[in-house]
Design a binder for this molecule. Structure first.
Ligand code: ADP
Length: 670
């Protein structure tokens, strides 16, 4: 992966993780907030309920009090003069009253009683201080013929504190006529303390306030917590309206978590964050492993690509599942042509596909395990050429230990084969050369040894001829025979010398010889054999041919050898009308270029079979029982030493033509 792309994807991954983290934190914060809010609403609900309960308690207490006051009035009427006793009794039972009064229709005081629980409240300021409120309450009561309250008012006390008081006025009506009033003075603080106090919680505070929030009286522990929940209820009494307010403080928490719900959510949040962290950690580890793996893969790929050994994997159905570039290059097929192909694979030579298929079936059936050192086979390139390969196979085992196919390493061994072939050929050539050297030694020994007997033969022949010349009537044939003997003996001497020179690689004596002279020199020997084998010999040597520049004796040997081979071939094949054609002609050449002469020896023999053709010029190759196999190889050496070429071709309709070229004498030197 290019580093730029890698950086980008890393960045993206990080931003995703960050986004996830932010989302989770936001979610958790929301959850905690919701839990806290839920708790708050529960607490608020509790306060509201408590406030409502308190209100109804106060209401019923006030109603009950009114009834008791009415009873006081009734009792007084029945028994007479006992008002004080009844009033004292009531005051003892009701701490919330500070004073009870019996007043006439014009509010003149008839009787009075103060609460036994506190010093009389009006001693300092005087009763007149409360006159307006009293007036207000009783006026309202007289008007409605029912009890009525007045607005509360504050009375300072001797101890520096004060009391918030409220007047209750109860009209006394007898036979439709107002006879007086019962006035009860409530202490609001005590009203709260006696009726609400007992069932109040420790962290609660209850108070009466005015509509604008001014606190009139309160009860409760003033221990403040961190949060306060407040509920308000309207207490509307005939003639007076107040607000009952309840404050509830949350206890200062001993631990971090106010309650189970929040704690649960927090624990879950911590667990979630932990899991998230672990997941992140795991992903990072995976990423590292992934990167390592990618590196290893790239390394392996580079290794496979750099290999010269072809790699090929096959599944258990024999289909190719993998090839490396070296294998593709070897067989010339692209990976797309090879993958999931076969059997037969496209690189199997059609003529061997059946064998290969059988071999593969046996292999896939687990029949035979491939040899460790590999086996040789032949593959076909895309262009159809075959080439030898060495295949080393091993089973392909997957991570679960199951065999999923076969992996083969394939080596192209055609080059190796070629080198082997070359070294074998050069080995053979070396052996032939060694033998040739021996032959050369032998030839020079022979030529040395034969020179003297030949010279003796020649001189004896010449001597005999001299004797015959002086003899009276010699047979003429004898004279000719003697001449021939002398000539051939001389010729044999020349051949031997020539071979000796050739073997010793001395500079051959080049002379300009007329082609006709060359042919005619070997003709007697050719004719001798031709007569024996019944071969008709024909010469075609036109007049006016240039002379040939050559080692005469060796070229004569070449001609003789070719003619002999031709006649032997026709004889062996028992050709019906054996004929031999010796021909010489000038090779057409542009003006000024070097001139060449071409000699040819044509027969009507069986031709040269293909397997013989391959080794025709190999030294010591012969098809004959008594043959040496040196003839043609020597002939070619001789011709090539002259700068010419020895070739052969099929004769039409049958037979063989051997041709060789020799340099002609240039026109000017002629
Ligand atoms: P040799 O004559 O000793 O066998 P050569 O080198 O002259 O050795 O010939 C090699 C082989 O070439 C012969 O054995 C023969 O089979 C084949 N040969 C040569 N000339 C001819 C020909 N004109 N027709 C058919 N076969 C020939």
């Amino acid at each position: 992966m290019p580093s730029g792309m890698r950086r980008l994807s890393t960045w993206r991954r990080w931003s995703l993780w960050m986004l996830l983290g932010v989302l989770v934190v936001a979610l958790l914060a929301t959850l905690v907030w919701l839990a806290a809010r839920y708790e708050a609403s529960v607490a608020q609900g509790n306060v509201e309920r408590d406030a409502a309960d308190a209100l109804s308690d106060i209401r019923s207490a006030l109603t009950r009090n009114v009834q008791e006051l009415q009873a006081l009035h009734a009792a007084h009427h029945r028994e007479g003069g006992t008002w004080h006793v009844a009033a004292d009794q009531l005051l003892r039972a009701h701490r919330e009253w500070v004073r009870l009064e019996w007043r006439g229709p014009a509010l003149e005081l008839r009787a009075e009683a103060d609460s036994p629980y506190r010093p009389p409240v009006f001693t300092r300021m005087g009763r007149g201080h409360a006159q307006p409120e009293l007036q207000q309450a009783c006026n309202a009561a007289a008007r409605t013929s029912s009890h009525a309250y007045a607005r509360s008012y504050f009375v300072p006390q001797a101890d520096g504190l004060g009391l918030e008081l409220m007047e209750l006025c109860l009209p006394q009506v007898e036979v439709g006529r107002l006879t007086g009033f019962i006035v009860a003075t409530y202490s609001l603080t005590d009203l709260l303390a006696t009726h609400i106090g007992p069932q109040m919680g420790r962290s609660q505070e209850i108070s009466f306030t005015e509509a604008d929030g001014t606190r009139l009286a309160m009860h409760g522990l003033a221990r403040r917590g961190q949060r306060v929940f407040t509920a308000q209820q309207l207490l509307d009494l005939p003639g007076a309206t107040m607000v009952l307010r309840m404050d509830s403080w949350r206890r200062p928490e001993p631990d971090l978590f106010p309650n189970f719900m929040t704690a649960l959510v927090t624990v879950m949040s911590i667990a979630l964050v932990t899991v998230l962290f672990m997941l992140g950690h795991d992903t990072r580890r995976r990423l590292r492993v992934e990167e390592d793996l990618a590196d290893a893969l790239a390394f392996r790929k580079a290794m496979e690509d750099s290999l010269v050994t072809g790699l090929r994997a096959r599944d258990l159905q024999g289909r190719t599942t993998y090839v490396n570039p070296a294998f593709c290059q070897m067989v010339g097929f692209g990976p797309e042509e090879l993958l999931f192909s076969g059997p037969p694979a496209p690189y199997w030579p059609p003529e061997m596909a059946d064998d290969y298929r059988k071999r593969q079936e046996v292999r896939l059936a687990g029949g035979n395990s491939p040899p460790r050192e590999g086996f040789e086979s032949v593959f076909m390139r895309k262009d159809g050429t075959r080439f030898p390969v060495l295949i080393i196979e091993a089973p392909l085992i997957n991570a679960q230990g199951l065999q999923t196919g076969w992996m083969s390493a394939v080596l192209d061994i055609s080059e190796q084969r070629r080198v082997e072939e070359l070294s074998r050929a050069s080995q053979e050539r070396l052996q032939a050369t060694a033998r040739l050297a021996t032959v050369g030694e032998m030839a020079s020994l022979l030529s040395h040894e034969l020179n003297q007997p030949l010279a003796a033969i020649a001189s004896y022949a010449n001597g005999s001829m001299n004797l015959l010349r002086d003899a009276p009537a010699p047979a003429p044939d004898l004279r000719v025979a003697m001449t021939r003997i002398a000539e051939q003996a001389e010729r044999a001497g020349r051949v031997i010398k020539s071979v000796h020179d050739f073997v010793r690689r001395r500079d051959q004596a080049r002379e300009a010889v007329h082609p006709k002279a060359l042919v005619e020199a070997v003709l007697p020997l050719v004719n001798l054999q031709a007569r024996k084998l019944g071969v008709r010999v024909e010469l075609r040597i036109p007049e006016g041919l240039p002379r040939v520049l050559c080692d005469r004796t060796m070229v004569e040997q070449v001609l003789l050898n070719l003619a002999r081979n031709a006649m032997q071939a026709m004889d062996e094949a028992r050709v019906a009308q054996p004929a031999l054609l010796l021909q010489a002609r000038a090779v057409p050449a542009p003006e000024g270029a070097k001139r060449w002469l071409e000699f040819s020896v044509a027969d009507r023999g069986p031709g040269i079979p293909e397997e013989v053709q391959k080794q025709l010029f190999t030294p010591f190759y012969t098809t004959k029982a008594e043959g040496m196999g040196l003839g043609l190889s020597l002939c070619r050496t001789v011709v090539e030493q002259h700068g010419g070429q020895l070739l052969y071709e099929a004769n039409v309709p049958q037979g063989t033509i051997f041709r060789f070229t020799l340099p002609a004498q240039s026109a000017e030197s002629a």
